[in-house]
Design a protein around this ligand. Structure first.
Ligand code: SAJ
Length: 426
């Protein structure tokens, strides 16, 4: 049976581009989201997030009638769940995954499930979450059989196919990347491959659900560990008076070395979160993964200390100045370059810490947002790059947005009090 109607649950950074991919292949796509604003925006053919090329695709999908968003679940042949999987706040030293959004998605779609349907969990999840999802669906629908009891003969097939696309490159990577397809039975995997093949040009590699869950967590934990190594190097080099950027460039000339870039810390809702899903299941075994998290989480604090030192230096060099005269300019608040996503951003954390000790003006230059987060709104003002006086104050580069990469900007900053956490000026 082919998939005529596809329902995508969760219309965020992953769900919306995925919905649009199916719509572009002329599938009837129903997007389901609890956020009425997102639903209304999409139904107008507009988008509520920043992602290159997505606006044109959504506009086309909606105006051609292939994509429609709603807050109430409707019947479909396949359901893709792309909801957040954060960790529980205040769950102790090792954060525990919060599966409540997946449970809510299961509760929403269960009433409209029918024989032959396929349910795919795309959200990055701890090992065992797909089985848990299938359990919740089975509880709600005792009239249908699921793979945990019926295997390949189940009425409803369930698989985990983790999203692996890079924010900022989602549209291209959705099509080109290989997919890991972890079915709860052979039939589940076959059906999932059939579905993804309608737009994925990469290979669809089949495994079981638990391995697929762990594969995704492994990818992001690997990146976290590698970034922690770079961040640790940057702190060591600072102490030893070595230019870390030159050092890494030299080391990377070795044919088997590829050190990543240090930064102000690791942000976003993936790399800073997913390793905990491994650590919380196996705390005694996941020692490197846990340490990498600690190293990366401590980097913003280190940056804040460097800003304090810069401020002291600035005041010592300008004895007539008072602290309230010194402007601190923070370049970039997003968690990485050329996106508008401020979630779990180390730059926001740094800006907040600066606003707690500095009594002078604090400006944030973030070309991708128009409103500051509530935590910063009181003491930090959002400025255009063109309104910044580069000849005075302290300048902290937190994100390497394309707007900061111009030669003119780089040259102007050379003589100022500058902390370049991204190596942008190198
Ligand atoms: N970062 C550094 N130095 C680097 C690379 C990144 O400090 O050399 C920082 C970034 O500034 C950012 C954080 O790490 O704060 C994460 O950025 P990222 O570009 O490494 O990753 P994400 O979170 O945008 O996307 C990751 C990707 N995973 C991998 O590359 C293994 C993506 O493919 C996943 O789909 C995504 O997580 C996800 O949704 O899980």
């Amino acid at each position: 049976m082919s998939f005529e109607t596809v329902s995508v649950v969760g219309l965020g950074y992953i769900g919306l581009p995925t919905a649009v991919m199916f719509a572009s292949r002329k599938k009837r796509v129903i997007g389901l989201d609890v956020n009425q604003h997102a639903v209304d925006t999409i139904n107008r053919g507009e988008i509520h997030i920043v992602e290159p090329e997505l606006d044109i695709l959504v506009h086309a999908a909606v105006t051609e009638g292939f994509l429609r968003a709603t807050t109430v679940a409707e019947a479909a042949d396949a359901f893709l769940i792309a909801v957040p999987t954060p960790f529980k706040k205040d769950s102790g030293a090792i954060p525990e995954p919060d599966l409540s959004y997946i449970q809510a998605a299961a509760t929403a779609i269960a009433p409209v499930l029918k024989r032959g349907d396929l349910v795919i969990l795309e959200s990055t999840s701890p090992v065992g979450a797909t089985e848990q999802l299938a359990g919740w669906l089975a509880e709600s629908r005792p009239d249908l059989s699921f793979p945990q009891s019926a295997g390949s003969n189940a009425d409803v097939n369930v698989a985990h196919c983790p999203e692996r696309v890079l924010p900022g490159h989602v549209v291209r990577e959705l099509v080109e990347n290989d997919r890991v397809i972890g079915g709860m039975s052979t039939k589940c995997s076959e059906r999932a491959v059939e579905l993804y093949k309608c737009f994925v040009k990469g290979e669809c590699v089949v495994t079981n659900a638990r391995t697929a869950e762990m594969a995704k967590l492994t990818e992001n934990s690997c990146r976290d560990v590698e970034i922690a190594f770079a961040n640790e190097l940057s702190i060591i080099c600072d102490k030893l008076d070595i230019d870390v950027w030159e050092l890494i460039a030299l080391a990377n000339r070795h044919p088997r070395i590829n050190i990543l870039k240090p930064g102000p810390g690791v942000g976003g809702h993936c790399i800073a979160v997913d390793p905990w899903f491994i650590v919380s299941k196996t705390p005694d075994e996941a020692r490197v993964i846990k340490t990498a998290r600690a190293v990366n989480d401590a980097k913003p604090e280190w940056v804040v200390e460097k800003i304090k030192t810069l401020l002291t230096d600035c005041l010592l060099k300008n004895p007539t100045m008072h602290m309230h005269d010194v402007e601190i300019v923070l370049y970039g608040l997003a968690f990485k370059a050329d996106i508008d996503d401020l979630r779990e951003s180390p730059s926001v954390e740094i800006a907040k810490a600066v606003s707690e000790f500095h009594i002078g003006p604090i400006y944030a230059v973030e070309p991708n947002v128009t409103v500051l987060p509530k935590t910063l709104a009181k003491n930090v003002s959002l400025r255009d790059l063109s309104d910044i006086n580069l000849n005075r104050g302290i300048h902290i580069i937190l994100v390497d947005h394309k707007q900061f990469k111009t030669m003119e900007f780089k040259r102007s900053l050379v003589n100022a009090f500058v902390l370049d956490t991204r190596g942008l000026l190198k």
